[in-house]
Design a protein around this ligand. Structure first.
Ligand code: NAP
Length: 167
């Protein structure tokens, strides 16, 4: 089973503020849905609460050390147990979908990353870790233009990349 990570971060690796996303990029949401559909997705309790419900067509695994529970969600206190569960279910590609704490916890186990590098310079209280992109092979790269409405940028430009860890 491949362990993948999917993240969208700003210029300083910002990923969230007040348990919310920092931008609205509808094509990025569509990509996220397409890439993760049919798979197990693993997230921290705070990210689950920010989404608010299990995402359809995916099996939600949530990490928590509190008494959190939610119908339709498998809760784990231990990262490796959650990963093993997906493996035992025959998953071929598990997705770590955040947030900051869970990306950090799982980073060394990740084989592939789907990253959206967003042209965003604003504030945040949650960050992705800085990492050396030289240690990863770029398998795919696509630039997306900003979207404007009445001269106002409603969706920033961004670059989507698929990175695979060099062996
Ligand atoms: N831009 C993106 O791609 C993206 C993606 C996802 C999330 N986000 C953003 O990231 C932010 C949330 O990140 P976060 O770091 O605050 O929270 P998080 O990683 O989503 O969840 C943290 C929670 O996970 C549980 N946890 C942490 N370490 C654990 C461990 N070792 N074992 C078991 N459970 C553990 C704890 O839950 P308990 O407290 O219940 O014990 C902890 O409070 C939000 O702003 C969200 O919008 C951004």
């Amino acid at each position: 089973m491949i362990v993948s990570l999917i993240v969208a971060y700003g210029k300083d690796y910002q990923i969230g503020l007040n348990n919310q996303m920092l931008w609205h990029i509808s094509q990025d949401f569509k990509n996220f849905k397409k890439i993760t559909s049919g798979h197990h997705i693993l997230m921290g309790r705070k990210t689950f609460e920010s989404i608010g419900k299990p995402l359809p067509n995916r099996t939600s695994l949530v990490l928590s050390q509190s008494t959190f529970e939610y119908v339709g969600v498998n809760v784990y206190t231990d990262l490796k147990k959650a990963i093993n569960y997906a493996k035992e279910k025959g998953e071929k590609e598990l997705f770590i979908i955040g947030g900051a704490l869970i990306y950090d916890l799982a980073f060394d186990l990740v084989d592939r990353m789907y990253v959206s590098e967003v042209n965003y310079e604003g504030e945040a209280d949650a960050y992705f870790r800085t990492y050396d992109q030289g240690l990863w092979n770029i398998k795919e790269e696509k630039f997306y233009e900003e979207i404007k409405e009445d001269e106002e940028i409603i969706s920033p430009s961004w670059v989507f990349k698929v990175l695979e860890k060099k062996s």
